[in-house]
Design a protein around this ligand. Structure first.
Ligand code: GTB
Length: 218
């Protein structure tokens, strides 16, 4: 049985590949694993059947041969370990790739999310404009260090790994912003990752879901 993942029935990102099922799809494509997708409405995500899989009522989830997982980081790690291709054989290099995965999720993503969430929920509050430079400075500080580490290299540590997959997925959340544009090596890094055939297949698959949902509505 192929793995089954969950994704939004109608993604609020309108097929831009920003929802977290995209990371999982991309990892599966890199690993060469065929998969199925169970699409969920927002209401279905909060129902007991899905809460049993994802305690927070979110996507993505992953089920395969009795293994049921939630959290995109845990899922990508499982795919990399179970199906290969995304982590180096060498033990030290593998440990470094894992460090980059966690750095993407725990060090780089939080300030990006903080700014994004403030944009959704605090934009009309009196303190928003005052807080914005501080939130952007926190993101810039992280970008500076990622860019400094990457230098002129193609990937963060030798060959493309799950660390790059996760870092690119996180950086994409600020794609098109002045913050990211200030780091041409990072925009080139994202473009390089997006040119990978596995990325393109994953992107096309999630876009097809959005297009099918739009066609149904019309
Ligand atoms: N830490 C968890 C993980 O990494 O798996 C976070 C999962 C998560 O945030 N899932 C979101 C979700 O299910 C979808 S991806 N939200 C519904 C809910 O919480 O009720 C986050 C997301 C949503 C929309 C956009 N967008 O429109 O651009 C981008 C990212």
């Amino acid at each position: 049985m192929p793995p089954i993942i969950t994704a939004f029935e109608a993604s609020p990102d309108r097929g831009r590949g920003l929802a977290r099922d995209m990371r999982v799809r991309w990892a599966l494509e890199e690993a060469g694993v065929a998969y199925e997708v169970r699409l969920l409405s927002f209401a279905a995500m909060k129902e007991p059947a899905h809460l049993a899989l994802q305690p927070f009522g979110q996507i993505p989830t992953y089920e395969e041969n009795g293994v049921a997982l939630f959290e995109s980081g845990a899922i990508v790690l499982h795919i990399a370990e179970r199906h290969g291709h995304l982590l180096p054989e060498d033990e030290a290099a593998r440990a470094r790739a894992l460090s980059w995965m966690f750095a993407a999720l725990n060090t780089v993503e939080p300030p990006i999310l903080e700014r994004e969430m403030a944009g959704y929920t605090e934009r009309n509050e009196s303190w928003y404009e005052a807080r914005l430079p501080m939130m952007e400075a926190r993101i810039r500080a992280r970008l500076e260090r990622v860019a400094a580490h990457l230098g002129e290299a193609d990937w963060l540590d030798g060959a493309f790994s799950a660390g790059d997959l996760m870092m690119v997925s996180v950086l994409q959340r600020i794609a098109g912003s002045a913050l990211l544009a200030a780091f041409p090596t990072l925009t080139a890094y994202i473009a390089r990752a997006e040119a990978r055939p596995a990325y393109k297949r994953a992107f096309a698959a999630q876009l097809a879901v959005f297009e099918a949902a739009s066609a149904k509505k019309a």
